[in-house]
Design a protein around this ligand. Structure first.
Ligand code: PA5
Length: 444
């Protein structure tokens, strides 16, 4: 099937690992966990759990209207024509989705997709030198910008927007600057909404019932992604396909890969005592998807003294740094592997007569074949010798459609995981602690 799939064959005993995961009806601990996931599934879909006013993402892919998407694409086309650079201002869930999808789909060594402005990010940290470099860069290039903040009051993007708005107005004059700004925020409240209304910016709404880290398929991600040149219709279509696959009248364990993933994680956490989930990949374009995933799971599960710590690694690069620890260090983690099935291009390693580098053993093979064998060899080493449980999440190809599937899959599994651990997967009360101290220190 040309769709996202899971492979449980590493890390569990030989045989039909999936059946072992899902068909144990013997009252064992696994069956109890399975029941918790099934209960979480009903809670999520019936909207009866904690944070149930933040479930707008669950049916979002099928609800996004053609008209809404077309309007964003039209505005994006306007921005593309007038900018070499596009500044995306936001932090956490307000920028990670855009970065994850763009970095997965754009050519890696090019700044941007053909004919599109390069995206530069701001407001995702408070680095002063970074901001000065950005302002200098923007002196030299035509640009447009998009500021994203659901609350409209987050410090990092608010400071960045103030600096960049001043720069933009100085460079183009107030009227043209207005045409170069899009604000994405709450429909009514927050300082950004007040500012955008006052200044007459084009705005898109972050729906009330969608939290930041579940918002990439709303205007939060769709507008900037359209400017970056991503086929946002295909992205949404992929998510809608996954939604149809995961939301069925009754939980179907055989086909519901989100429930399977949630169960696998719970087995590792509750039964095997693992504390860390390491999301690894053998494809550099997955780096920011892992960063997005880290925020999604970290903010959703890490509360009340509970939760798997989400961490990530990029192989084979990190096999030369973390590889030793993974193989022989403390057994506190399991691995979920983002595994890419098919590359877009091909390179054959050439044969050399003299073979001075000793590499003729791979001559005639594709680089992707070598990478695949590296993946197989690594997962064997980790799961068999290293006793690290391993699950593969197989992505057929890096296309907008499959990324849409992957995003929805992770979101749905995250909702299930949170509920099965009895936490509210849609709030993030702990994020306030640093802010309160910072505000006090700044005399707010
Ligand atoms: O997932 C979340 O809700 C957070 O990570 C927010 O996205 C992040 O804190 C930014 O918030 P805001 O969009 O209100 O500026």
């Amino acid at each position: 099937m040309n769709s996202l799939r899971l492979d449980f064959t590493y890390g569990l005993e030989a045989g039909n690992a999936l059946r072992k995961l899902t068909e144990q009806q013997d009252g064992s601990a696994v069956a109890a966990l399975q029941e918790r996931i099934a209960k979480a599934y009903r809670t999520l879909l019936d909207g009866t759990g904690a944070g149930n006013d933040f479930l707008g993402w669950v049916r979002l892919p099928e609800q996004i209207s053609e008209a809404e998407t077309e309007a964003m694409i039209a505005k994006a086309e306007e921005f593309k024509k007038k900018s070499e650079l596009f500044v995306c201002i936001g932090i956490g869930g307000s920028y990670l989705g855009t970065r994850a999808v763009t970095e997965a789909l754009k050519p890696q060594l090019a700044a941007a997709m053909p004919g599109c402005p390069a995206i530069v990010y701001a407001g995702h940290q408070l680095g002063q030198d970074y901001m000065n470099e950005l302002l200098e860069l923007l002196d030299k290039h035509d640009y447009t910008l998009c500021v994203i903040s659901k609350s409209g009051t987050t410090t990092e993007p608010a400071i960045a927007f103030r600096l960049l708005r001043n720069h933009l107005e100085k460079k183009y004059g107030k009227e043209e600057a207005r045409q170069r700004i899009v604000a994405i925020t709450d429909r009514a409240k927050g300082a950004l909404r007040t500012l955008a209304t006052e200044e007459g910016y084009t705005t898109y709404v972050v729906p009330d019932n969608i939290g930041g880290r579940y918002s990439v398929l709303s205007p939060v991600g769709l507008f900037p992604l359209a400017v970056a040149g991503v086929d946002i219709k295909a992205l949404v279509a992929g998510a809608a396909q996954m939604q149809a696959r995961l939301i069925t009248p009754h939980l179907d364990w055989a086909s519901n890969i989100a429930a399977q993933y949630a169960l696998f994680r719970q087995i590792q956490y509750v039964e095997k005592g693992k504390k860390v989930e390491l999301l690894v990949n053998f494809e550099p374009r997955f780096y920011y998807l892992s960063e997005w995933w880290k925020q999604l799971y970290g903010e959703s599960e890490g509360k009340q003294g509970k939760g798997l710590f989400p961490s990530n690694a990029g192989f084979t690069t990190d096999l030369h740094s973390l590889g030793q620890y993974i193989q022989e260090g403390e057994r506190l983690f399991f691995e979920s592997v983002l595994s890419l099935e098919k590359q877009h291009t091909s390179i054959i390693i050439p044969q050399e007569k003299r073979n001075l580098d000793g590499m003729n053993f791979v001559a005639g093979k594709e680089m992707a074949y070598v990478n695949q064998k590296a993946e197989e060899g690594t997962l064997m080493a980790h799961s068999e010798q290293g006793n690290v449980p391993v699950l593969r999440i197989v992505v057929p190809q890096l296309t907008a459609l499959h990324i849409g599937e992957l995003i929805y899959f992770f979101e749905f599994a995250c909702g299930l995981s949170g509920y099965s651990m009895d936490v509210n997967p849609f709030d993030q009360p702990g994020v306030e602690a640093y802010k309160q101290n910072m505000f006090r220190l700044l005399g707010k």
